[in-house]
Write a protein that binds this ligand. Structure first.
Ligand code: ZN
Length: 471
């Protein structure tokens, strides 16, 4: 009895304690909820940017009836730039405007959310939509939008949006119409695309196998992103959609003539020259950017970010003695899909050394890079390009020099790199720069923008060697 009463007393004590605690929690939730609410309204006030502070310009596209609108933000805290077409059809323009407006809104929302979550209003994002236009059989135009965005300029999302339309009627053409509205035809295409993706050496090691399986099932919604470029059907995937970001944005190209049997008559090509050749690799122009004498904690890091912005792959010729203290940076270089080359241990002129010394320069650098990354360098570049028979004999990987010297080491001027590149640019060029000068990192963006505009693909040095005819 005595115990029960004691227990009951305890019960009520416990109950009132719980009650008190509940009240405290409720008050706390109310206060913090209130402050959150205030923060949201202040963020909403910030939302007033854009419209008033954007610049719009209109230029000719080079295609009849199509103008290009360039819209860019004047607010340096929310930079963005977008390119989109204006056609003679309201319906087409409306559809495209919707895509542009939605994309911009999504970007602005993400930036504000990121700033709120990180309580940091000084973070500056980046957002660009670029446009490519392709004409097919006179009447058909493909618009291909590449949409790149980042909340903090470190990691970028990259997506593709495409439209194919008839410039006589203003009607959009989707895959259903292209393939004569037959599932049987879609099955042929889907099967083919799957084979192309899984056998393409550029994507092979990066593929998300299950995603590839799912997204190549013959369903119309899986084949929405496509265009027709130079008599080829191009199928697009977003960054990180079917492969790790290291693979960039995978594309599959199929000659229209090869597809003729499954196409609606209207869309068949008369060009049968490429009938039997199935191209899966990029065609045309490529360039290998190379960065020597690093790694450098700050400069290399900045260069990596700029390269990522353009989905560009490059090659870093590293000096062994700098690798040890920058091991994580060296791993990052490799993880971003770039190639690592050996550039000797301490940048000696190897032609002045004994064979034993040359070997030591070469081996110790190989070892320290292997220790940092688990992989040996795949190419070698002797300091100053100085080589002799001894060097040639002792080095077991390809020795790679360059075809364009930007002289960045001499001028140390961010504005002098691009003119040098422009002046000497040629296909399959190997461009020499140095990732130990801040000026090089600062000047790189303009070089990449220029080369990208010129249609160059940025590849590693080993890849470009495949295309060099005399060796
Ligand atoms: Zn060097």
């Amino acid at each position: 009895m005595e115990n029960q009463r004691k227990a009951r007393g305890l019960d009520s004590l416990l109950l009132s304690a719980i009650f008190l605690l509940t009240v405290i929690i409720a008050v706390f939730i109310f206060i913090s909820g209130d402050s959150k609410f205030q923060k949201n309204t202040s963020a909403a006030n910030n939302d007033k940017v854009d419209e008033t502070t954007a610049t719009l310009t209109e230029t000719q596209s080079g295609f009849p009836d199509i103008q290009i609108i360039k819209e860019s933000s004047n607010d340096i805290s929310i930079p963005y730039s977008m390119q989109y077409p204006k056609t003679k059809f309201n319906m087409v323009n409306k559809e495209i405007s919707k895509y542009i407006a939605d994309s911009k809104e999504k970007y602005l929302d993400t930036v504000y959310l990121f700033r709120n979550e990180n309580k940091n209003n000084s973070v500056v994002g980046d957002f660009r939509i670029s446009l490519q236009i392709h004409q097919y059989k006179n009447d058909y135009y493909s618009f291909v939008f590449t949409n790149k965005s980042s909340v903090d300029k470190t990691k970028y999302d990259a997506t593709i949006q495409t439209y194919l339309f008839n410039n006589n009627t203003g009607e959009f053409v989707n895959m259903y119409q292209l393939l004569d509205e037959k599932v049987k035809n879609l099955e042929v295409l889907a099967d083919y695309v799957q084979k192309q993706i899984t056998s393409n050496p550029a994507y092979k090691e990066y593929l998300y196998t299950e995603k590839v399986q799912t997204l190549t099932e013959p369903k119309w919604r899986h084949f929405k992103k496509f265009s027709i470029v130079d008599n080829e059907l191009v199928i697009y995937y977003d960054k990180n959609e079917i492969a790790s970001p290291l693979a960039g944005m995978p594309t599959i190209r199929i000659p229209m003539s090869f597809l003729n049997p499954i196409l609606d008559e209207k869309y068949r090509t008369n060009d049968t020259s490429s009938n039997t050749i199935i191209k899966t690799t990029h065609k045309g122009k490529r360039v290998a950017l190379t960065f020597d004498d690093g790694p450098h904690e700050k400069v290399t890091k900045q260069i990596l970010q700029t390269l990522e912005k353009y989905d560009a792959k490059a090659t870093f010729f590293m000096v062994g003695h700098r690798v040890e203290n920058n091991a994580s940076l060296v791993r990052e270089v490799l993880a971003n899909g770039h190639e690592i080359g050996n550039h000797s241990w301490n940048h000696s002129n190897l032609t002045t050394l004994t064979p034993k010394q040359v070997l030591s320069q070469y081996n110790s650098t190989n070892d320290v890079i292997y220790e940092a990354t688990g992989q040996y360098p795949t190419v070698f570049r002797p300091p100053y390009g100085a080589r002799n028979k001894c060097v040639n004999d002792l080095v077991s990987v390809p020795i790679v020099l360059w075809s364009i010297d930007t002289l960045d080491w001499k001028y140390r001027d961010a504005n002098k790199i691009l003119p040098m590149v422009k002046q000497k640019m040629h296909n399959n060029a190997i461009i020499l720069m140095h990732d130990i000068h801040q000026s090089t990192a600062d000047g790189l963006d303009s070089v990449l923008a220029y080369l990208q505009d010129e249609g160059y693909e940025f590849v590693t040095v080993s890849e470009i060697l495949n295309y060099q005819t005399s060796k």
